[in-house]
Design a protein around this ligand. Structure first.
Ligand SMILES: [Zn+2]
Ligand SMILES: [Zn+2]
Length: 784
């Protein structure tokens, strides 16, 4: 007989790891104990050497679904016999911490029980076990234990308690364990106000759900409290309901996400490949962007002028109940079960406010938007939006990394000091680093209102306490007006921390390098294309070629500067940008040109004097703005309602059989910030105007434009390779969400034998920026 001690770290708590260890030990006839500590899981076993070896192998190969083992250490100790195998009480280890599991969709076992009439949790919307259910959204503090979650006020009934305390049970120490007797409930609340008070508690439980289903079938809009916040739901096949929702939500044409009952329904509406199917069915259950079928029954107004739909499958038991057929025994008597159509499931907010999470807050903010509320009484601690993912050549390409992914860390190659990186202004997510973990937060949102800013500050405090991180430095974007940057500078000053201002595009490239485990001290050619990023010369950058490593960068090439008349106003009006491009390319503003015709004489004359006298016209080298200009010249959009709208709609028109290209000039840079080269697109603008004059279709022009940009990237990379001997190309920045551009560029670079790196773990847009900021700060600290 021998005794062995084992120490395991990673996501090993709240995921059924101890019962799993217990079962394995009993199976091998071992005695000893297992114990959660704040640093992971400790195990001591004694038995025959062969059985201990089996035990160790099984622990590593058969770990529970949600577990993630980061380190597994064991060593022999002097024999200390035990009478049995036991699960001991948790131990606190000072200054240690635990990664926390993200919220995970309902598991197969729970789903079976949900629809099993003989089960005591039959049709219970909060069924969960150690393999599934809420985590991040309900945790208030660590250790992860029921009294420290939003389930603390629900006292377990004897049945739940016995499952919770039985090591052989699937619900052993499942902190959110609940049943209809002791757990949370749903109810339907109308928004009618009678005699000054709102008509509350109309209908409860299952009747509430079937009533909601009936209301949805009749075209009503319902606010539904979910896992990480409220959704607004309506029938996605009912154009009237969809347009009513747009009107109430003040969302003119930005696409709505959908939830469909199952894969069959997705296949009826979209073209899906294996990777996309896997993603849809994965336990993270993100919204997946899919190509829409022409004969789809989804209302056109769901994603106007786009050829994609964002779809997710149900992920909570409540969603499964809502999307299951209305049975004949349901609230309204019917002969046949009625199928529930695909539902719009858009975040419960007006325009760009953060998603509502609290019942009172929802009643306040969503009353004018919803016809009724499907409420529940399990509080949400942390707001968490649905994640959005695309696929690229069989891999994931994240657009928004939130529910199901956060706070799962990005793993770093080496141990790092504790630091905070605050991210950008739009699509904010921050990043906290300790040891070898980079905890990129859930999606915080656009920092345009005080609610989002408050949620940003609160979430940083919450993450710092959950992961026991005390930053020694803070990294932020150089943009002087970003609220996140101001927070960072103020906090660094008041707490005496070091702070690092990080250039936006350098952060993009570094984020992509680190998630691809790119080695340090080896520079890459970084192609950072986006809409807006503050440059070191005060201009707005966004069409950048950098030579970069984790510490420094050199801007070697960029799009030629154009003046942006009116700064931010120009971003909302692509016509203004088109005029600036015409002006910069010395082309007269012919009234037949669509952007010229789109603006009144007065606005044009203001723009003209702004350009001539350089009044409020910041310089920009943004690739996003070049897309806007061409989309405007071709008449796709003269005014946009959401970020990158013109470019997205322009891409949707691409004729994939067209191989033509336009010209552009690579020339010495006009001594902007030391760059060697600049790309002057004036010939391209002229050729697009000629094509318009010759009535060439927008689809052909769009294809030629995309081909030209892909070729431009490849040619510039070739020049930079011969100048610098670098063969690694990193593509990052929001413009790379353009799949047509990404595919074509990727093809050209690969056929020229470049090694190409793109994002797979964090978004290519500003949602991934904080990771890059953090890595650069860490590398700069190491050199100091
Ligand atoms: Zn489960
Ligand atoms: Zn119970």
């Amino acid at each position: 007989m021998i005794s062995t001690k084992i120490h395991i770290t990673g996501i090993v708590q709240g995921v059924g790891f101890r019962p799993f260890v217990y079962k394995q030990a009993i199976q091998q006839g071992l005695t000893g104990w297992v114990c959660n500590t704040s640093a992971g899981v400790d195990i001591e076993v004694n038995g025959e050497p062969g059985e201990i070896t089996n035990f160790i192998n099984n622990l590593q190969s058969d770990a529970p679904t949600l577990a993630r083992i980061d380190s597994f250490e064991y060593h022999q100790i002097p024999v200390y016999p035990h009478g049995s195998f036991e699960i001991l009480h948790s131990k606190e280890v000072s200054n240690s911490f635990q990664p926390i599991s993200p919220d995970i969709c309902i598991c197969e076992d729970c789903l079976r029980e949900l629809f099993d009439p003989k089960n005591r949790r039959y049709r219970y919307p909060f069924i969960n076990c150690t393999n599934c259910g809420p985590r991040l959204t309900i945790i208030e503090k660590i250790p992860y234990d029921r009294p420290y979650t939003t389930m603390k006020d629900f006292e377990m009934c004897p049945d739940c308690k016995s499952e919770y305390t039985d090591p052989a049970d699937r619900r052993f120490h499942a902190q959110p364990i609940a049943c209809p007797v002791c757990g949370p409930h749903v109810w339907l609340e109308s928004t009618e106000i009678k005699g000054g008070t709102r008509n509350k508690l109309l209908i409860k439980d299952d009747d509430a759900i079937s009533t909601v289903q009936n209301m949805l079938l009749k075209g009503k809009i319902i606010a539904i409290k979910g896992l990480g916040g409220f959704h607004l739901a309506c029938d996605a096949t009912n154009p009237k309901a969809v347009s009513e929702l747009r009107k109430r939500k003040l969302r003119i044409d930005k696409p709505f996400a959908l939830m469909m009952a199952g894969i069959a329904s997705v296949e009826a509406n979209c073209i899906i490949h294996d990777t996309e199917r896997e993603l849809l069915e994965s336990r993270e259950r993100p919204i997946v962007i899919l190509a829409r079928k022409e004969n789809s029954s989804i209302a056109i107004d769901i994603s106007p002028r786009q050829n994609t739909l964002g779809i997710m499958l149900p992920y909570t038991p409540l969603h499964y109940l809502l999307l299951s057929p209305l049975s004949k025994n349901g609230f309204i008597k019917q002969n046949e079960p009625r199928q529930i159509p695909p539902l719009v499931m858009t975040s419960g907010n007006i325009s760009e406010e953060p998603i509502a999470i609290d019942n009172y807050e929802a009643r306040e903010r969503l009353s004018g938007l919803a016809d009724a509320f499907l409420m529940h009484d399990r509080p949400i601690r942390t707001r968490c939006d649905d994640s959005v993912i695309r696929t690229f050549r069989g891999t994931t390409f994240p657009i928004r990394r939130s529910r199901g992914y956060a706070p799962f860390p990005v793993y770093l190659k080496s141990v790092s000091p504790q630091i905070l990186a605050v991210g950008a202004e739009l699509k904010n997510a921050f990043c906290l680093i300790r040891d070898q973990y980079a905890f990129l937060s859930h999606h915080i949102g656009d920092m345009e209102n005080v609610e989002t800013y408050d949620s940003f500050v609160d979430s940083i405090t919450h993450y710092e306490s959950l992961f026991r991180i005390q930053p020694t430095a803070i990294a932020y974007d150089l943009h002087p007006n970003y609220l996140a940057s101001r927070y960072a500078i103020d906090r660094a000053k008041s707490e005496g921390l070091r702070s690092f201002g990080i250039q936006h595009h350098h952060a993009h490239i570094s984020a992509c390098m680190v998630e691809n485990s790119f080695p340090p001290n080896r520079p890459v050619i970084g192609v950072a294309f986006d809409g807006t990023g503050y440059g070191e010369d005060g201009a707005i950058w966004g069409g950048e070629f950098l030579l970069a490593d984790y510490q420094t960068y050199k801007r070697v090439c960029h799009l030629t500067y154009i003046p942006l008349p009116g700064g931010d106003t120009a971003i909302r009006k692509p016509a203004r940008i088109a005029l600036a491009y015409l002006w910069s390319s010395k082309i007269e503003w012919d009234p037949e040109f669509l952007p010229v015709a789109a603006l009144c004489a007065e606005e044009r004359s203001i723009i003209k004097s702004q350009l001539e006298f350089r009044i409020n016209t910041p310089f920009s080298s943004s690739m996003g703005r070049l897309f806007d200009a061409v989309a405007s010249i071709t008449g796709v959009q003269q005014k946009v309602n959401y970020e990158a709208q013109a470019a997205i709609e322009f891409e949707a028109l691409v004729d994939h059989n067209e191989n033509g290209e336009y010209n552009w000039i690579m020339e010495p840079s006009g001594n902007h910030n030391g760059a060697q080269y600049q790309i002057n697109p004036a010939p391209l603008i002229i050729e697009v105007l000629n094509d318009m004059h010759n009535n060439i279709s927008t689809s052909i022009i769009s294809a030629r434009f995309h081909n030209s940009i892909a070729r431009m990237v490849c040619k510039v990379c070739n020049t930079l390779r011969s100048d610098n001997g670098i063969n690694d190309v990193v593509l990052s920045g929001g413009v790379w969400q353009n799949m047509t551009l990404l595919q074509r560029t990727h093809n050209l670079l690969l056929s020229d034998n470049f090694r190409v790196y793109i994002h797979h773990q964090v978004p290519t847009n500003d949602g991934g920026l904080a990771l890059g900021q953090a890595i650069i700060a860490i590398n700069r600290m190491a050199k100091m």
